[in-house]
Design a protein around this ligand. Structure first.
Ligand code: EPZ
Length: 426
């Protein structure tokens, strides 16, 4: 990756949004599906893939290991082939850009018996260690040695199935162990496993490759190891976080928008909260239609939790909506230790937010005012865009490279519904 051009996005509050927004494939599913190619020497084709910078980063990482990758149909189809894995080292320079790189560890160990993967390091929203990934792989018989910032992992005689009990839910650790266990000798049981739709999507793809998996989507997943996996073609599940994010665009502007490709089962706890706040969501033939009932939004309380609870990845966006609600709402962030960096930026727009530890108390104001603000992490940046859509006057959101990691063509999708939004190079 060259020097990132620091783009900004200018938004001018422009009243209710109306129209359609297409929902892309899930970034967080695709970032686990792509490393699954390492498990097999046969081709894996992913369709409905999102066009995002994180996907490009994963492509660079997998190519560095020897995987051949071709992007087709403007990146919506990704053809991967790990016939030859000729490098077992995932370099710090790539891993530091994207934590999901750790997801090559389990597959490399399972297929090649060895891996040297840089520790991802923390990120803006928290320390985000990978101890559960490492302890789980040791349970499957891997020997791990941490030195000079890398995990040196070995499983010379292959991995052996075991019972892995997670002390708390981890999406990434569940994914790493799920992939590693597909080629382990015997049966693996993952207890207190993550239940996110992205886990089910990964299990669907692995089963299409010949893996024997049951219980995905519940907190107990059983995997019966097989000798080898074949190829598959798999369509990436719709992105529930992009979906939830764009559902808030009509909610915060008082509009009426249809999210094409949206699935109600992916966002049920989120929809419950929206309904409580006075936003109605109905299923249509093409997806989900969101309309704000009687002109105002009611304040609601939110506590983030692993799926099927309220997603931490929608907390920042929900806070933006609550900044314009009637009354006071309490948002508790229980997954990450530092995920309120959007609060001070929203306060620059006139929001009334009080943050104490993991709890933010938001008192709605009549109108937010446009202001220059700074994106700090992926979901914080889009919460600022949402607030700017409803604010009076111009806002300029800086460092939007955060945004491009998780949202494809955000200004095009919003402009198509009447938003006044432009990308400007700094
Ligand atoms: C995934 O991250 C998502 N990323 C995150 O989305 C999402 O916020 C998170 O799951 C929770 O839903 C991808 O799927 C690529 P975790 P992950 O392991 O797997 C701690 C976005 O905006 N933990 O479920 O890294 C960890 O620090 C991103 O798209 C350990 O302590 O999340 C966190 O506090 C942000 N040790 C909590 O558990 C471990 O070994 C949940 O983390 C692993 C995790």
């Amino acid at each position: 990756m060259g020097i990132e051009i620091v783009d900004s996005i200018v938004v001018t509050g422009n009243g209710p949004l109306k129209g359609q927004i297409p929902i892309a494939g899930a970034k967080n599913a695709c970032l686990a599906l792509m490393p699954a190619t390492i498990l097999s020497d046969a081709p894996l084709t992913l369709t409905n893939a999102p066009r995002l910078s994180d996907i490009k980063t994963m492509t660079v990482l997998l190519r560095s290991l020897g995987t051949e990758i071709t992007a087709l149909q403007d990146g919506k189809v990704i053809a991967l082939s790990s016939h030859e894995i000729d490098n077992l080292k995932a370099d710090y320079d790539i891993v530091r850009k994207m934590r999901a790189s750790i997801l090559v560890l389990g597959p490399l160990l399972a297929r090649m018996g060895r891996a040297v993967v840089s520790l991802p390091g923390g990120c803006a929203i928290g320390a985000r260690p990978v101890d559960l990934h490492l302890k789980g792989l040791e349970k499957l018989g891997a020997t791990l040695d941490l030195r000079d910032g890398y995990v040196h992992a070995e499983a010379k005689s292959g991995l052996t199935g075991a019972v892995v009990e997670f002390p708390f839910v981890s999406v990434g650790a569940t994914e790493n162990l799920l992939m590693a266990a597909t080629l382990a000798r015997g049966t693996t049981l993952l207890r207190n496993a993550a239940r996110e739709p992205e886990i089910v999507d990964l299990a669907d793809c692995l089963r299409a490759m010949g893996a024997r998996i049951s219980g995905d989507g519940t907190s107990e997943i059983e995997i019966e190891g097989v000798d080898r996996l074949g190829g598959a073609t798999h369509s990436v599940v719709a992105d529930r976080i992009e979906l939830g994010t764009y559902m808030l665009a009509p909610a915060i502007t008082g509009g009426d928008v249809e999210l094409v490709g949206g699935r109600l089962d992916l966002v049920s706890s989120f929809v419950e909260k929206l309904d409580e706040a006075g936003i109605s969501v109905e299923e249509t033939a093409a997806g989900l239609r969101v309309v704000r009932r009687n002109g105002h939004v009611g304040a609601v309380d939110v506590t983030t939790a692993p799926f099927p609870g309220f997603p931490t990845d929608l907390q920042a966006q929900m806070m933006a909506l609550m900044c314009t609600a009637d009354g006071t709402s309490r948002l508790e962030e229980r997954i990450f230790e530092n995920r309120f960096m959007h609060a001070p930026e929203l306060m620059r727009m006139g929001a009334d937010i009080d943050v104490h530890g993991g709890v933010a108390t938001v008192t709605g104001v009549n109108k937010l005012r446009g202001a220059p603000v700074m994106a700090t992490d992926l979901r914080a940046s889009v919460s600022l865009i949402l607030a700017a859509l409803a604010a009076e006057g111009d806002s300029i959101v800086r460092r939007v490279y955060h945004l491009d990691r998780g949202y494809e063509r955000v200004e095009e999708k919003l402009r198509a519904c009447g938003a006044k939004i432009e990308r400007v190079s700094a």
